[in-house]
Design a protein around this ligand. Structure first.
Ligand code: PMP
Length: 356
């Protein structure tokens, strides 16, 4: 017990349940949407070399990394801010723009950190249900915006349901809200998208100063353990976020690793690996549907089995088959795409599940 005041918003925060960590050799760890491959050699070499210098602070705002990211996306360095994973940055954004009691509109179900970040910022989450096929309900999201709305979050591809926003949907979303509302588009899984109709919010930045795009090195770049994410947006907003962000928020080896990951050869290898994962994903999806499962479109490195009340039982069934998946109790199980052998194990387990 403590007499110290804990903010009511913090006392009532929903828990962020991370995907289970691997416990043994034989377990397929498919619970956190990571890449099943190790970091690239050049990236490992850069981070190992940097580790020898950690008696010194890194660059406070990660200037060299910011420069490399700006080059990659053909934007100005003033438009980029890096942070300790994109979750930390989303928190910083909301801390930057939300006053107590403001509304933030978001799709639901989506990434479970969003409602936590919103509550920590003192704001109110306005959850707009996904459509029956797991897509953002763009019209309903726009309709949910009021004079109290400070920001609108979009997640494309959406974690955990799988579909991504088309270019038309993205444009409709950004153009459908007043310019005082910040539209934050989380593109953590965009590297795995293969549907040509899917849009990239970065292409809309030039015309929409109220747009902010979130990216991460945790997924396709195979650097989840390094914790590096970034935002790209209008310089005034980015500068305000920088003033809120934790000083030295990206550690020295993480900065070095991320810079190495942006070298042309590393980027090419990342794209190649992402394509391999996407091909595996499409193979798994086709096989699941042939087994009789209803699976929404999957554009990230994961798929979603919306089994409702059977969620915990299905997760236990996977666990007994040596597969760590991510259950959302009462709603469904999200399974990451792993190596071909791991995916085969998943398909054997889904084939053996009677109730679909
Ligand atoms: N956005 C989404 C949609 C995610 O699913 C995740 C990771 N589960 C993140 C962001 C977190 O990214 P990071 O590791 O950069 O904090």
């Amino acid at each position: 017990m403590t007499d110290v005041h804990i903010r009511p918003a913090v006392q009532t925060l929903p828990a962020y349940v991370p995907g289970a960590r691997s416990t043994g050799e034989e377990v397929a760890k498919l619970s956190s949407n990571e890449l099943p491959y190790p970091p690239q050699e050049s990236v490992l070499a850069a981070l190992t070399a940097a580790a020898g210098g950690v008696n010194r602070y890194p660059e406070m705002t990660g200037d060299a990394l910011v420069e490399a990211i700006a080059q990659r996306h053909a934007v100005a360095p003033e438009q980029v801010v890096v942070g300790n994973g994109s979750v930390a940055l989303i928190q910083h954004v909301l801390d930057t723009i939300c006053d107590e009691g403001d509304d933030v509109v978001l799709p639901w179900r989506s990434f479970e950190a969003y409602p936590i970040c919103i509550a920590v910022a003192g704001a109110r989450a306005v959850k707009v249900p996904l459509t029956a096929d797991g897509r953002h309900d763009v019209a309903a999201m726009i309709a949910a915006v009021t004079s109290r709305t400070r920001a609108l979050l979009a997640c494309t591809p959406n974690n955990p349901s799988g579909p991504a926003l088309t270019a038309d949907e993205l444009t409709a979303l950004v153009e459908g809200v007043p310019e005082r509302v910040l539209v934050i588009v989380d593109e953590a899984y965009l590297d795995f998208v293969t549907d040509p109709a899917v849009g990239d919010a970065l292409t809309l930045l030039a015309d929409h100063p109220n747009l902010l795009v979130s990216r991460t090195f945790s997924k396709a770049h195979a650097l989840a353990g390094m914790r590096v994410g970034y935002l790209v947006g209008e310089p005034g907003i980015v500068s305000a976020i920088r003033s809120v962000a934790t000083p030295f928020g990206v550690n020295l080896p993480a900065q070095a690793a991320a810079i190495a990951a942006l070298e042309p050869a590393a980027l090419a290898e990342t794209a190649r690996r992402a394509a391999v994962v996407a091909t595996e994903r499409d193979r798994v999806l086709a096989a699941l549907r042939a087994q009789g499962w209803q699976v929404p479109d999957a554009q990230g490195n994961f798929f979603w089995l919306a089994v409702g009340e059977q969620t915990d039982a299905l997760a236990a069934h996977f666990r007994a088959a040596g597969i760590l998946a991510r259950p959302f109790s009462g709603e469904g199980v999200r399974v990451s795409i792993g190596t071909p052998a791991e995916n085969d194990r998943v398909l054997a387990a889904t084939a053996a599940w009677p109730a679909r």
